[in-house]
Structure formats: C-alpha cells, structure tokens
Design a protein around this ligand. Structure first.
Ligand SMILES: [Zn+2]
Length: 466
C-alpha cells in the first residue's frame, strides 16, 4: 500500500538496506506522447519561491500485525537469548556452539531447517539468534538473519516440535515529498526533516555528475520526490525518483532537475538506467568519488598559490573540502591502505594506493575508521576516517591529495567527465516519466531562500603546508 508522506521522523531505525522499487516507476503506456519540444523545455518553477514548506501528515500507514521475532522473548526470564555472527566460524554447528548451544541442539535446529533453507552454507555476514530454555538448554526458537528483510526462523510448537519457515515481512513503499534548505550541510538538512544519511547518500547518487559537489552549500534548496521502503514499519531504504536543485543566490550554477529512468522494470541491467537531466543526458564521472560526499570545495589545487599573508608562492598541493569535525571521510576509490597515522603538518593521515600508479591521501583527520591499518584493502566509499583539524591547520576540513607516479596532481582531474544520452527508443517513455515527476516536484512547496550563506573556512584559514 502506498501512502503519501512528507519526510517525518516517524521511525529512525536506519537499517542499511536499500530496497529500491524501481519496477513501479516505469512510465505508463497509453498516455499521449509529448512533443519533442517538451524534452528541451526549460524548467519552470510552478510554485512561488517564497512559500514555506508545509509539513504533511502521515496519512495513516496500513495497520499490520508485526511478525513474531525471537527478540519478543527477551522479557521471558525462563529463556536465554544468545546471538552470534557466523564470522570466522566455518559451519553452522561451530557458530551455534560458540553461542553456547549444545551440539545436539544445534543438530536439532539444522534438522528443522532441512527442507526449508540449507544451514550448510551459512555466510560470515549472517547472524544466528538462539532462544534457549534456561533450565534445559533446549532451543525454543531460532533465527538466521541474512539481512533486515531476509530472515528464517524456527519455533517450537506446544509439542516442542521445531518448525522452520522464512519470515514474511510487511513491506511497504511510501512516497516521500520533501523540500530541503541547506544551512550548513546536506546531512543536517536531511536530519532537520527527520531523515538520516540514507537519504544523503540517495541524493548524492541522484545528483552525482549533474551538480558539482561544491555547489551544494548554504542557501542551496532541494525538492525531492523519493520512494521509501519500510520493512515491518521501520525505514529500510530510500530511492530518489526525481530531484530539483536550486542554487544559492549568487551562484553561477543554474536550477536543474534530475530524473530516475530505467528502461527495464525491476532494476535489471538491460537497457539504460540511472539519473538523467531534463534533456535525457547523464553525465558520468570517472572511477574516483568525492571523499566527503557533496561537501563543497573550499580551496582548490594550486601549484602557484600566493600565500595570502606572506605573499610568497606556497603551492596548495591538494583540494580542501569543507566539513565539520566528525564528518565521515570515504575512500575515493578502491585500493590498499599504505599508511594510517600521524604525518606532521598533514595531521592524522590515511594514504591509499590505487590502480594506475595513483595514490590518494586524506589529511587532518580527527580519527581513523576503527581497525584501519596498513596493507588493508578498502572498497570505494568505504569509511576510512573523520574530518578533523589535526596537523598544521586552523579549522576543520579535509585536505585531499592525489599523486600519479609520485607527483602531485589536481585531485579533481582524476574525474573523467562524459555524457551519456538516452537512446532514441527511450525518449518517449522518458518524456512521460519526466512529466509525471515534474508534476510531483511542482507540488512541493519550495522553502523560502535563506539568509546570506554562513561563513565557511576559506584559503585564509590555512597555514603553510596544509
Ligand atoms: Zn588544504
């Protein structure tokens, strides 16, 4: 059941599971085709700019009976609940015994699962939850949790027979219509309307390549049409269907809209899929991503920088991203950790080695991602640390360095820009979809333009060697 909803902090459970329901978003057939002029039409803002954003009400989610979970027994003092990640345990039996379950009871659970789901191939990321009767050690209930929405459960009946089944969760997708006004950063703006960083990442994905990260700053306003997936009433993921970006006044950037379009429903890989601008174009960037998603560039790479105070050439050998202390910093690309430690003027620094003789370094971190160490492989966008102001700096920011063959290069030059254009056979479907999404965007009141952008650190806040 789909329910209208404007971003409310109804449930804050941030389960990192993206369940994008792209299938239902494909264009309907039979609608009148738009003229080819429509695809080039400029964006018009149908709502007055000065109207404040109203907060809608949750129009009554469909009632549902929550699925029974092993955790329901947590108040039962006759039962002991133990949980174990499969992790390094090589088999279900070994993992169960690590959780305190006897071998005989572990076998009894495995037997109950025999025809339902093989416990012979448990994976390290899966979690096992056992509920045992304290007096006898007998397993009265058990769960194998593969993900938030994929859980198998065994439960005893009155005759102490264990029966296993896959849990059927109440899954609901809801429309999210929200307007964001950025005062400090996107994360705070999402928080202000009751959303967590799941929405920040979804917006980052939608705008990636279309809007420069440095253009998302104080005074920027966004209108967002999204679909939220809820599993058992808890938010489990969000997918941006369309987004409108209105730059801060004074910005040279132009207002623009971006739409999700996929030829094939269900998110299969056949046909084009992704975020396109009004003209059906999809800019893409190369292998490297911003280490601080959507943070603005406060100081660019400049090998001939004149120091603002000393008036001598003092190269700025990287790019600075603004960000409060504690803002997560992610690996720009997959690679190997060369080092993670104190590096003098650079403060706490992580250095990564990538393919193509490229290295990246992340300076002034307040702390490192837990357990990060030299030699470790990291994935693109894996958390490596947090913005800080260690080393020779006066304010928190990320100083991001890139080298090729050991020589400093402009980190922004790592991105190879290009534009994909929708194939002609997709144009009609795209126009229909765009019209539907435009109507949804138009219906969201844009918050009034904020006051003058807040002060942010500039070049002058740096000392030499940063
Ligand atoms: Zn710097």
């Amino acid at each position: 059941m789909r329910v209208g909803l404007v971003a409310l902090g109804l449930v804050s459970a941030g389960i990192a599971l993206i369940v994008a329901s792209r299938g239902k978003q494909t264009a309907t057939t039979g609608a009148p085709a738009l003229t080819s002029a429509a695809i080039e039409a400029p964006i018009t803002l149908a709502t007055p700019l000065s109207v404040a954003s109203p907060v809608d009400v949750d129009a009554g989610a469909a009632p549902f009976v929550p699925v029974w979970r092993v955790s329901n027994l947590s108040s039962d003092t006759t039962v002991e609940i133990s949980e174990v990640k499969v992790g390094k345990h090589k088999s279900f039996i070994a993992a169960a015994m690590a959780a305190g379950v006897s071998r005989a009871e572990a076998r009894r659970v495995a037997k109950a699962f025999e025809d339902v789901h093989s416990l012979g191939r448990v994976r390290p990321a899966e979690t096992l939850v056992f509920a045992r009767q304290r007096s006898s050690g007998r397993v009265v209930a058990f769960e194998l949790q593969s993900s938030a929405s994929s859980v198998w459960q065994a439960r005893e009946d009155d005759a102490h027979r264990l029966t296993a089944t896959q849990l059927a969760f109440h899954v609901e997708s809801r429309d999210v219509r929200t307007a964001l006004s950025i005062d400090t950063d996107l994360s705070a703006a999402c928080g202000a309307v009751g959303h967590d960083d799941t929405l920040v990442h979804a917006i980052d994905d939608a705008l990636h390549g279309h809007v420069a990260a440095s253009d998302i700053r104080a005074g920027t306003r966004l209108r967002v049409v999204a679909t939220e997936e809820r599993v058992e009433g808890a938010r489990a993921g969000v997918h941006v269907d369309a987004i409108e970006y209105t730059p801060a006044s004074g910005s040279e950037a132009k207002a623009q809209r971006v739409y999700f379009y996929a030829r094939a429903p269900g998110g299969t890989r056949r046909g084009p899929s992704g975020y396109y601008n009004a003209l059906g174009q999809q800019p893409y960037q190369g292998a490297f991503r911003s280490p601080v998603p959507l943070a603005r560039v406060t100081s660019r790479f400049n090998p001939k920088r004149m120091h603002p105070v000393l008036h001598v050439v003092m190269p700025h050998n990287g790019v600075d991203f603004g960000g409060a202390t504690g803002t997560p910093v992610y690996a720009s690309a997959a690679g190997t950790v060369v080092s993670a430690g104190n590096a003098g003027p650079c403060g706490n620094m992580v250095e990564l080695r990538h393919a193509g003789n490229v290295t990246t370094a992340y300076c002034h971190l307040s702390k490192f991602a837990s357990g990060l160490h030299g030699g470790q492989h990291v994935e693109q966008r894996q958390l490596i640390g947090y913005v800080g102001q260690t080393g020779r700096v006066t304010g928190p920011h990320l100083h991001f360095i890139a080298k090729r063959g050991g020589k400093y290069i402009d980190p922004l030059a790592l991105k190879l820009d290009g534009v994909r254009v929708l194939p002609s056979r997709d144009r009609d479907a795209f126009r229909e979809r765009r019209a539907t999404l435009d109507a949804a965007l138009d219906a969201i009141s844009l918050p009034a333009a904020g006051a003058a952008p807040a002060d942010a650190p500039t070049d002058e806040d740096h000392l030499a060697g940063d």
